[in-house]
Design a protein around this ligand. Sequence first.
Ligand code: BG6
Length: 608
Amino acid sequence: MCGIVGFSGVRPAAPVLLDGLKKLEYRGYDSAGIAIMGDAGISVNKVTGRIANLCEKTHDGADVPGFTGVGHTRWATHGAPTEENAHPHLSNDGRFAIVHNGIIENYIALREELIKDGFTFQSETDTEVIVHLLEKYYKGNVRDALIKTTNRLRGSYALGVICTEQPEKIFAVRESSPLIIGVGVEENYFASDVTALVAYTRNAIYMDDGEYAELTKDAVKVFDCTGSEIKKEVTRITWDVQAAEKGGYEHFMLKEIMEQPAAIKATIAPRLKDGNIFFEEFDISADELKKIRKIVITACGSAYYAGCSGKYALEKLCHIPVEVELASELRYSDPLIDKHTLLIVISQSGETADTIAAMKECKERGAKTLAIVNVVGSSIAKLADYTLYTWAGPEIAVATTKGFTTQLAVLYLLALSFAEKLECITEEEYTKYMGELHTLPRHIQQAIDMNSKIPKLAKKYHKSSSLFFIGRNTDYAVALEGALKMKEISYLHAEAYAAGELKHGTIALIEDHQPVVALCCNPSIMEKTLSNIVEVKARGAEVLALTFRNNQKILSTADDFLFIPNVDAVFSAAIEIIPLQLLAYYVAKENGCDIDKPKNLAKSVTVE
Ligand code: BG6
């Protein structure tokens, strides 16, 4: 996720663009740049790091005169965070500059075509193909060139463009990435969200997919994909800047919970092509896979629990033994790792000290390393032999949500890809699981929509002194993450137990009104968990069951319910965790906790 801004007016553009980018930094902050239309053509300034570096480089924009321009703050997806990869990107003829938020899924083929056409590339980004297509299709009309260009693109994009042939105009295009126009007085703007606009105007036009806008200092025109002008409603923005940064949500954590369907789609869609799974960053042959005797997954915190869930999918589909190890333990355990081990390292930040140390330990012992990280160019990404990115966008809340579910999405893709290569599953099974992957974003949205009662449930449970989370097999792995979410943000004591273990001691703790969250989403062991529910109820527990809507046996036994759509257990963890994230969030809200910044916790622990 990146932030883009555009300005056309009668006053200097650069300071307005820089100010807007500062408000969008939460959307991405590993590099930034602005392109300003000057008397001698387009002037581009780009930096790595925060917007402050760009302000310093341009003396808060004073060094870059001009009344029209575009700007960008980057969260790298394709290409490390370097100046060359930072936006804006220029066409070879210097006529166009472009900024982009989104992912171009077919950029590799387009890049090859454009290189054959004689275009030269300055960056590793997917974005740069767009500006060269613009040059290729420009015959005197920018809008025509934009329409021809975007007809070639597959993926998501919010584009900002300036062109030397129309120096007072800025162009914007929206497809599956947010883009809002700000209507000012003798100046007009566009931005990725209202955060960048509210300081200048509260009159906004929300662009829809497939729309093209052309803005000058005193005119705003919007066109459809045929080039016909359309009438758009002007909306009055009532949000303040802080609320706008959170997309209108009270906390980043709730915003990021709600972003999960889109984050999963951004992570999965570019890797599914014509019914196959395709990792542009990683290719391992069936022969190499056959030499792997075991997979070791190592991580910390929620990333570790993602590994616990991923283990079930990998073992069931690929029949390769999988061990999941806490990085802080693995690094000192004199691990039995060798060249026949595939080490999968999971980390949202890519900077967790224990995880880095464990990874180095295993590399020294000959393991092949595959990293699943969310931050492009992070330490773990640089250390790994292979890296698969979770394109979740920046995750601001300390307690991870979309980071966790996109890690699972990548693990599911890996499991199915390996299984197909090793011929461990039938054509029918492969088709079935591919269908489950395609519908994962929709099922996650359903899991959000099915649980509108959670704020009410939170009022019932928020004063509990402790909560038990129980489950078996795939449900147990999710229970671990569900309990951690509750502890992290609501500070209530919560523990996850393998449901079959209750009788070996833990059940001694069950007394009247003890809340027990029972996960019952795996049909193959549902009956067993049902008997555990009966056991704890017999000792006075209040049971909050997480299950399918039509699960009558559970519905007639438990006291309260969280629901998920009926899905196959192999990929259900990414869906089951949604109601538990929401439960933890609303309990924490009831307790007045600092949800985005819980006490004693850090977003990434870069020390031992
Ligand atoms: C903790 C975070 O500090 O580190 C957790 O609060 C996270 O959300 C854990 O799961 C591991 O961090 P990372 O960046 O390696 O996934």
